[in-house]
Design a protein around this ligand. Structure first.
Ligand code: SAH
Length: 365
């Protein structure tokens, strides 16, 4: 399984091969990934044949194409049966890949489909890197019109909480930057807010971007959306984000999933703007992608616009994020929805959201 082996240790997979062969294989795997070993044209046939069955540490169970070809979602399956999902989004001048750091997730955010299934297992570094390599190989074989032929941005916004799988995520980031050659700023680690993990990440040598999934400007509301907030309340989180921002001037952004009558009122907008200004952080507003397991809903377009305007009016910079992949259940927080509603063999929802968890914002009765 080449991607599970650290690139520096690839020779263990190629016993008796000369050094330059190992370098050639590493080049194919990490710099010019291909979908089949047969395409590794400068390797002898026997070596290609022996590599072929070991190329990917997981098989592609499904590929869904949406948004007229601009969004592709993959469901990968590891040999032990864990589901891994990644979503590739092509834009006019960039491509962004959303990857998973865990199979399932233990954070239980009430508006997220993945959170309702619970935790399956951590992904190994190689299983994380293989998602990037696979997307690069796919882009080479099937260029997206107008988009670059390589993954330009990697965001840890698929399944899982990256900072809860720290060592594997760290090693994956190292391979993505140092071996694949991506820039650290093109890598975004999105977290629910695990403060010791944020502090560890700040001490790493790579200036990656940190995205904090805030969603609420006060602890009372945030606890209802992000149970993890009881352990790491907002003040602690913001202090860690500030320390992260101070280390080598790394950027922090705030994610805000906008939910109708929950966190889309003027009071929250004002408080969010104040937090963003104090942190010097950019705000990304994501209209909630509804899923059958969560009680929250998406606000109207007008209400969404008003919220964004209100944040900006109070001096913060904010972007309304487009929601890609809704037609193929590939949008944020929607991964695994199909399995949830059809009872497919990807696990079953662990808990129904109790009525008292239906968050009501005091400012929006
Ligand atoms: N655990 C990490 C990364 C995975 S979630 C985190 O929480 O940041 C990636 C982003 O998608 C987070 O900002 C999360 O809050 C958001 N998200 C989850 N469910 C969503 C939904 N139903 N609609 C819109 N965004 C959602």
């Amino acid at each position: 399984m080449p991607y599970l082996t650290a690139p520096e240790a690839l020779e263990s997979l190629l016993p008796g091969e000369p050094r330059y062969r190992v370098d050639q294989v590493r080049e194919w795997l990490y710099r010019h990934p291909v979908l089949t070993a047969g395409e590794m044209t400068n390797l002898p046939r026997e070596l290609r044949e022996s590599l072929a069955p070991r190329l990917w540490p997981m098989r592609v169970e499904a590929e869904h194409v949406g948004d007229g070809g601009k969004t592709v979602k993959w469901l990968f399956r590891t040999p032990d049966g864990a589901a891994v999902e990644a979503v590739l989004m092509g834009y006019p001048r960039r491509t962004t890949l959303c990857i998973s750091s865990q199979a399932g997730c233990a954070m239980r955010c009430t508006f997220c489909a993945t959170g309702q299934f619970g935790f399956e297992r951590h992904l190994q570094a190689g299983e994380i890197v293989a998602q990037v390599a696979y997307a690069n190989a796919h882009l080479r074989a099937h260029p997206m019109e107008g988009a670059p032929p390589r993954v330009g941005n990697v965001v840890f916004m698929g399944m899982g909480e990256p900072l809860a799988n720290y060592d594997n995520v760290r090693e994956a980031i190292r391979r993505i930057i140092e071996v694949m050659g991506m820039s650290a700023r093109a890598v975004t680690v999105s977290t629910v807010g695990i403060t010791p993990g944020i502090d560890r990440l700040a001490r790493e040598p790579w200036p990656v971007t940190l995205a904090l999934s805030l969603h609420a400007a006060d602890d009372h509301l945030r606890e209802q959306l992000v149970p993890q907030n009881r352990r790491y309340p907002i003040d602690d989180l913001l202090a860690a984000a500030r320390r992260f921002g101070d280390s080598h001037g790394r950027r922090v952004s705030l994610e805000w999933t906008l939910m109708a009558d929950v966190n889309d009122g003027a009071d929250q907008a004002r408080a969010l703007a104040a937090i963003a200004l104090e942190l010097g952080a950019h705000v990304n507003i994501i209209p909630m992608n509804p899923n059958p397991l969560s009680p929250q809903r998406r606000p109207t377009a007008e209400r969404t616009r008003r919220f964004v305007d209100e944040v900006i009016r109070h001096g913060a910079t904010a972007t309304l994020r487009d929601t890609r992949g809704t037609d193929i259940d590939a949008a944020c927080g929607q991964l695994r929805v199909r399995a949830a509603t059809e009872g497919a063999p990807m696990g079953s929802p662990r808990n129904k959201v109790p009525a008292q968890d239906r968050a009501e914002s005091p400012s929006n009765p």
